[in-house]
Ligand binder design. Structure first.
Ligand code: 1PR
Length: 580
């Protein structure tokens, strides 16, 4: 029997790969000692996080030489993301640290451009380098030019087909991001590796894993170097990067103590008290709205084609998320069923357990990553972190301390694993303004030129800004959403989830002015949230603000609009989406 081993270097989400292998019906073992490299017939290295962290951990555990030995022995090796990057000589992410050097060129950072935020996070296509033999490559590897794969990375191996490039014979397929081509997969002899995450790429990723797992060892070894194609690939006018549709579950305990998916109107998640003449609603008066079981809805959205799922524990600011075992158990159970990225939010901060035990934000996040989450979302703690950052800057002090939850989590897990969720509230700048100095003109929206004014604002001279809130909108801070967005980017967050309390649950479309303002001023991906009521709202938010993804809750939970309806409307408008 073929013995399949997985190499876990201790950081990042290896649970998802394990879940995918189990879903495909494969058994596997973990590399625990050097001897296991000899026992392995096939080896997968599923890396996430940082190049330097991975190489240093391998080095400290004495695994670098055995890993290189395994690869040189000719036995099949499958590297994923960092598991691909470590094959290279070095990375500009940690220039002082050497890679395995099997592929003799460096990994380098993407240059951020206005049309191309970094990280490259989302679903993109691939193109085989050897165009003449692409059918053979597709059937041998399970990779398809017709499907999309989930990427999340800030560093990449550039595509350089020049004959003087010593790595060009490794190039197997490329992906285009903006106008740049980089290596999506490398393949030579017993080595196959991909920059994207097959374990997070839905059915397309499972197909790829299955092809490699099913291939007889002799067939894997027999695959020769890729032919150096005579015709180098050139970037196309448009890349294949798709817009992501995210289903969001706000989760909390109801009054009976069960974890339920709830949904608020402007963050109010309890049923309104009935009028005394209304006898129909008495039984649910004031109860937490219950829109279903988290696991049922998560599975449904995966099947229906959600590109990502987000689960926010919306009451975690009151209790400890680590003693909140149902949320961790829910994360594990959800990850076993879905093979697309999962973000978990709520309570990611330094905290004290009820028994007095202190837990750092990093430990809290680590518990969720080990349960299978791909990203954690930080809410209130990010507001505090940016307020303190701005205070230090005002005093001329050191901007970054390395101590905030954003920094401590991004260091081992990578920026791409840290989302900041913003809960802004619209505030008019008029005589009622009570939040300190009025923000500068470039932070204000004027009704006359606004993209999505409310009916009461049309034709008026009202002007407004968006202030950050904490504790589910209960605490308003004198910090604008734009200040927060810029601040968390500086601290190293990898993505922004931009809610809007005024629009939440209203179904009258996203706040395009807020989203455009933020999209224009940061270089990390932005998720639009709050207000989706119809497929056209998704078209509008992508066309008018350029955000990378759009999230919705209520319309999906109530089956008012299906994810497939949204994708059909986007396709009809010429906006690329992942097909399922
Ligand atoms: O501060 O790190 O503990 O995180 C708490 C998290 O809980 C934050 O991400 C915060 O946004 C979230 N949260 C807190 N209270 C509520 C609430 O609803 N009372 N929910 C809440 C945020 C907003 C979106 C919603 C969209 C789309 N929910 O998640 O899903 O507005 O809704 P729609 O499509 O129905 O309009 P911390």
């Amino acid at each position: 029997m073929t013995r399949l081993f997985l190499l876990d270097y201790g950081a990042g989400n290896v649970r998802s790969l394990a879940n995918s292998l189990t879903a495909l019906g494969y058994e596997f073992e973990w590399i625990k000692s050097v001897d296991d490299f000899h026992k392995a017939d096939k080896l997968i290295f599923p890396g996430v996080g940082a190049f330097g962290g991975a190489m240093e951990t391998l080095q400290k555990s004495g695994l670098t030489a055995p890993l290189r030995g395994y690869i040189n022995s000719g036995k099949p090796y499958f590297g994923i993301c960092i598991g691909m990057q470590v094959l290279f000589a070095s990375s500009t992410e940690n220039p002082e640290i050497e890679g395995l050097g099997i592929i003799p060129t460096p990994i380098e950072k993407f240059d951020p451009l206005p049309d191309r935020p970094v990280p490259h996070m989302g679903w993109n296509g691939v193109q085989f380098v050897d165009e003449e033999n692409k059918d053979r490559e597709a059937s041998q590897t399970g990779l398809s030019e017709d499907l999309n794969y989930y990427f999340v990375h800030s560093y990449r191996a550039a595509y350089d087909p020049s004959p003087s490039n010593p790595s060009s014979s490794w190039a197997h397929s490329v992906t285009q991001y903006g106008q740049a081509l980089f290596l999506a997969t490398v393949r030579k002899g017993n080595v196959f590796a991909c920059q994207f995450h097959p374990e997070k790429s839905g059915p397309a990723g499972l197909q790829l894993l299955k092809a490699w797992l099913d291939a007889p060892i002799s067939a894997v070894n027999a695959s020769g170097p890729v032919q150096n194609p005579t015709k180098p690939l050139l970037p196309k006018p448009r890349d294949g990067f798709t817009k992501r549709i995210i289903a969001c579950l706000d989760v909390r305990s109801n009054d009976a103590g069960d974890l339920v998916v709830t949904k608020g109107d402007q963050y109010q998640v309890r049923e309104k008290a009935p009028s005394s003449s209304d006898t129909t609603q008495v039984s649910t008066s004031g109860a937490v709205r219950n829109l279903g079981k988290p696991l049922d809805l998560t599975t449904r959205y995966y099947t229906e084609g959600a590109d990502e799922i987000c689960m926010l524990n919306i009451t975690s600011f009151r209790s400890s998320p680590l003693s909140d075992q149902p949320m961790l158990a829910m994360t594990s159970a959800a990850c076993a069923r879905i093979h697309v990225p999962l973000t978990i939010g709520g309570g990611i901060r330094d905290l004290e357990e009820p028994d007095g035990t202190k837990q750092s934000a990093l430990e809290v996040a680590g518990a969720y990553f080990r349960a299978g989450a791909d990203k954690v979302s930080i809410g209130g703690d990010a507001v505090t972190a940016v307020e303190q950052l701005l205070e230090r800057k005002a005093k001329g002090g050191r901007a970054l301390t390395g101590l905030t939850s954003i920094e401590t989590i991004a260091r081992p897990y990578g920026s791409q694993a840290v989302v900041v969720s913003i809960d802004p509230l619209k505030k008019y700048v008029d005589e009622s303004w009570e939040f300190g100095p009025v923000p500068p003109e470039d932070e204000l929206i004027h009704a006359e030129t606004a993209l999505s004014p409310l009916p009461s604002e049309k034709g008026t001279s009202k002007k407004w800004t968006y202030l950050c809130t904490m504790h589910g909108g209960r605490t308003v801070r004198a910090l604008t959403a734009l200040q927060l967005a810029r601040g968390v980017e500086e601290l190293g967050a990898g993505e922004l989830l931009v809610n809007c309390i005024d629009r939440d649950g209203q179904g009258n479309g996203y706040d395009l002015d807020l989203l455009l303002q933020i999209r224009r001023n940061v270089n990390i991906p932005v998720v639009a949230s709050s207000g989706a009521g119809a497929p056209q709202h998704f078209v509008d938010v992508f066309e008018k603000t350029g955000v990378e993804s759009a999230l919705a809750a209520g319309i999906f939970h109530r089956s008012q609009v299906d994810i497939s309806d949204v994708k059909a409307a986007l396709e009809a408008a010429g906006i690329p989406v992942r097909k399922v």
